[in-house]
Every structure is written in C-alpha cells, then in structure tokens.
Design a protein around this ligand. Structure first.
Ligand code: COA
Ligand code: MG
Length: 306
C-alpha cells in the first residue's frame, strides 16, 4: 500500500507492446496492465506472457508503479492470471467485477498460497477493488466495514476502492448515464457515492473511474476537479493524454499547501490543544486531519515514474 495516494492510474492493454512502451513514459503515478476487458479472448495467453515479461524487465523501483488487472472471479480465469503474473512481482492487483467482500477474501487466500509458494512475503500483494461494476457488488458495499473488521488479513491488502460505469450500465441495460445537465443518473450516482463513502469508512483511498472521451481535456479536467473536491484521491485513465490533467487536478494548489502548513503551525504553537484559531477562524481536529492529508499527498517522490 502506497503511503502517498496515487493520482493517475493509466490502463494499458496487456497485449500491446507499443502501448506498454508508451505508458511507461506517460508520467502516470501507476500503470494498470490489463488482462481483462481491453484484451480479446484469444489474446489472453499472449497478454499474460507479455505482462510478465514487462514486469520482469523492470527494476524493483519501477515495478512499484506497475499494477495488473486480472479477470473477474466469475470468469474462471482469475487464478490462472494471478499465477501467471505474480512471479513478476507487480505493485498490486486490480480486481474487477467484485460481487461481494467474499470475492476479496477468496482472492486474498489464493494470493497467500501463491506468495508462499514463490517465496514472497505473505500479504505483500495489495488489492485495488473495482467495487461497483456489478449490481450485486454495488449492493454489497455497505457490508464492507463489517467485513473488513472481521477479516484483517484480506483487509490489510486493500489499497483502495474505485468505481466503474461501463460494466454497471451494461448489467442494468441502462442507455443513459447522465441527464441533460450532465449529472449522473441515480444508479451511477449511488455507485460513485458508495465508493467514496465506503472507502473512507474502511480507511482506504477512493479512486474515481475513467473518463472515456479522451479527446475532451476540458471535460476531463472538470470531472477530475469535482472528484478531488468530493474526496477522491485519484482517477483512472485510459489514454496518455489524460495524465497531465489528472495529475494537476489531484495535486494540491499552492494556496491549499500554504493553508495546510499554517494549520499545522497553529497547532504546534497551541502546544497540545485540541482546538485553536487561524486568522480568526476556529480550527480543530477535522482541519488538522485535512491539513495532514494535503501535505501527505504532496510528499510524492517525483523521480519515481518508471
Ligand atoms: N496506454 C499507453 N499508450 C496508449 C494508450 C494507453 N492506454 N492509449 C493510446 N496510447 C498510445 C497509442 O498507442 C499511440 O501511440 P503511438 O503514437 O506510438 O502510435 C498514442 O498513444 C496516441 O494514441 P491515439 O491514436 O490517440 O489512440 P488509439 O486509437 O491508439 O487508442 C484507445 C485509443 C482507446 C484504444 C486506447 O487509448 C486504449 O487502448 N486505452 C486503454 C483501454 C483500456 O485499457 N480499457 C480498459 C479499461 S476501461
Ligand atoms: Mg470493464
């Protein structure tokens, strides 16, 4: 689990050498090498081999940015995917179409066995969960806080929750996702909000879903800024052109950073008090947490892109 939340996570089809090469220089905080929806059925074995080769060709430092999206548990291919890529020591696994916390628990068990078998530290492979791709998965989200409390080993692997509309709309048979003013229709609003709230409830970052119109930087900027305003810490990307916009949207502004430093300084000056003031406004614990969060999201090692 990364201490500094990931701002941009770029999907790269697992069977495209060209896009993999391009992805490595795109400036994304992470790449998600995809074995699932962006890879045609007959290309899956080739994709597994290419992803493993890519991982094995990278330094340990560069691999910290390389995640792999495996196929869903329901596909019957997930365990084969995990076994194929784990020897490459990816940064983590992105789990699609999760139907309930039980899926996470089963994947965590499989990972334990694979990690042990390969001499890796058991528990060392984090999971980023795409939590709203199936209706059942979305409906199961309110159960996560309780599940996390009683399954500490799998819970420790959770690196974040993200949400998606593409598969959910297919499952619903929904033909529209937004109303005339651009606001999400209720089912998608529920998915986005559930992802955000449940991630906060279990103490992991919430990552906003993809913006598929990759030729519309202005729309992407708006959506990314809204997401950050609401509390998401990063956003999935599908095209290298989206990375700069996303990184910018999720980087605190100078004014925010300045405010955060002043809040911390005010608490230091107040020597242990739970409440104090900054320029005539009360500040207490929530402000301190907010300030710490802003400064933490800035403590990024800028040289780390592979
Ligand atoms: N990762 C890395 N490189 C990418 C890329 C990605 N996701 N998307 C595009 N590129 C590269 C292209 O290969 C091209 O490189 P080149 O100049 O060396 O030929 C360059 O960026 C410009 O691409 P462009 O021509 O604008 O788009 P395209 O038609 O090649 O690809 C998509 C469009 C949507 C097919 C492509 O962006 C893509 O595959 N996205 C990821 C899809 C995915 O993983 N979906 C699953 C999650 S929702
Ligand atoms: Mg999908």
């Amino acid at each position: 689990m990364s201490a500094t939340p990931l701002r941009s996570l770029l999907f790269v089809p697992g069977d495209s050498e060209r896009k993999q090469a391009k992805g490595l220089t795109a400036g994304a905080d992470a790449l998600i090498l995809d074995l699932e929806d962006s890879v045609a059925e007959e290309r899956r074995p080739a994709a597994r081999a290419m992803v493993l080769e890519l991982l094995q060709g990278q330094s340990a430092r560069a691999r910290r940015q390389l995640w792999v999206r495996v196929n869903a548990l329901s596909s019957g291919r997930l365990f084969e995917d995990l076994a194929a890529v784990l020897p490459g020591r990816p940064a983590g696994i992105v789990l699609p179409k999760v139907d309930s916390y039980d899926d996470i628990e089963r994947v965590a068990r499989a990972l334990e066995a694979l990690e042990a078998g390969q001499g890796l530290l058991v528990g060392s492979t984090p999971l980023l969960v795409i939590a709203t791709e199936t209706p059942a998965g979305l409906l199961s989200l309110p159960g996560y806080p309780r599940a996390v409390a009683s399954h500490s080993a799998s819970a420790r692997r959770l690196a974040g929750l993200t949400w998606g509309m593409e598969d959910l709309s297919a499952a619903l048979g929904a033909r529209v996702r937004t109303d005339g003013a651009g606001a999400l229709r209720p089912a998608f609003q529920l998915a986005r909000t559930s992802c955000l709230l449940v991630a906060a409830a279990i103490g992991v970052p919430a990552i906003d879903g993809v913006y598929v119109d990759f030729r519309d930087p202005e729309g992407l900027r708006r959506e990314a800024e809204e997401a950050r305003g609401d509390g998401f810490s990063g956003k999935l990307a599908i095209h290298p052109d989206q990375i700069e916009t996303i990184n910018a949207a999720f980087t605190p502004t100078d004014a925010e950073a300045d405010w955060a430093r002043r809040v911390i300084a005010a608490f230091e000056a107040a020597a242990g008090a739970g409440v104090t003031q900054l320029e005539g406004r009360m500040i207490d614990r929530p402000h301190l947490l907010q300030a710490q969060r802003i400064l933490q999201s800035m403590s990024r090692d800028e040289g780390k892109t592979p």
